[in-house]
Ligand binder design. Structure first.
Ligand code: PEP
Length: 256
């Protein structure tokens, strides 16, 4: 079985101006002892306006953190006011980009077809998509969560070639757990993450399914990350609120 390096990715959402971003990255790097960076990959995902500053700091101070973005356009360039392309993000050294976060699906009406185009745009430019999938409360209560989530995965990966699939990161983020303080139980998260891996295996084969990292996201904190990442098919976490507190985030990374 391939050894998957755990990934803890901090989604800052629409928080921190570029000066606050510099302070937060420095605090995280300072709070997390060097030795942990060999065991867990730590990514920060600031707003677009902070990326250049964060990149300069990480490169200049040779910090072991990596950085990424929270969204990208499906287009490379052109008359798309307000959008930011994969070409631009790649130039800023982004290793990751979040695609299909439930807040984008809800507030920007992003559907599976658009999410799929964004996944394709990311891999085209060598950026690893952190593909977010997950059900809302109604779907969970109807017992449809596994079918719903695996359907989202299948739709998002349409026309994505296997050479791009092997580095993929898929984050299972039940919508009812995001920013609510409600966390899926480790067993519930494992059930869906295993089904996600199985879906990848059906499409690309066992070897790729074993290399893909599946994260859990939804009110992850230092106090609950341990039991979640102990599950067989969970390779880390996508962290929202707790990624804005350097001490909490560093502690969470150390536990992971
Ligand atoms: C997220 O935004 O991806 C997230 C998981 O948020 P939170 O950790 O705040 O629930």
């Amino acid at each position: 079985m391939a050894v998957r390096t755990p990934l803890i990715a901090g989604n800052w959402k629409m928080n921190c101006n570029h000066l606050e971003a510099l302070a937060l990255v420095q605090k995280i790097a300072f709070a997390l002892p060097e030795k942990y960076f060999d065991k867990v990959e730590v990514a920060v995902l600031p707003p677009f306006t902070d990326i250049r500053s964060v990149q300069t700091l990480i490169d200049g101070d040779k910090l072991k953190l990596v950085h990424g973005a929270q969204d990208l356009s499906p287009h490379d360039s052109g008359a798309y006011t307000g959008d930011v392309s994969g070409v631009m993000l790649a130039k800023l050294g982004c290793r990751y980009v979040v695609v299909g976060h439930s807040e984008r699906r809800e507030y920007h009406r992003e559907d599976d077809a658009l999410v799929n185009r964004k996944v394709q745009a990311a891999v085209k430019h060598g950026i690893v998509p952190i593909l977010c999938v997950g059900e809302n409360l109604e779907v969970r209560e109807a017992g449809e969560h596994v079918a719903h989530t695996t359907r989202q995965v299948t739709a998002a990966l349409e026309k994505v070639q296997s050479q791009h699939a092997q580095n993929l990161v898929i984050a299972y983020e039940p919508v009812w757990a995001i920013g609510t303080g409600r966390v899926a139980s480790a067993a519930d998260a494992q059930e869906v993450c295993a089904a996600i891996r199985e879906t990848v295996a059906t499409k690309y084969g066992e070897a790729i399914a074993t290399s893909v990292r599946v994260l859990y996201g939804g009110s992850v904190k230092a106090k609950n990350v341990g039991e979640i990442v102990a599950e067989k098919d969970i390779d880390g976490a996508l962290v929202g609120g707790a990624s804005l507190d350097a001490d909490e985030f560093a502690q969470l990374c150390a536990i992971a």
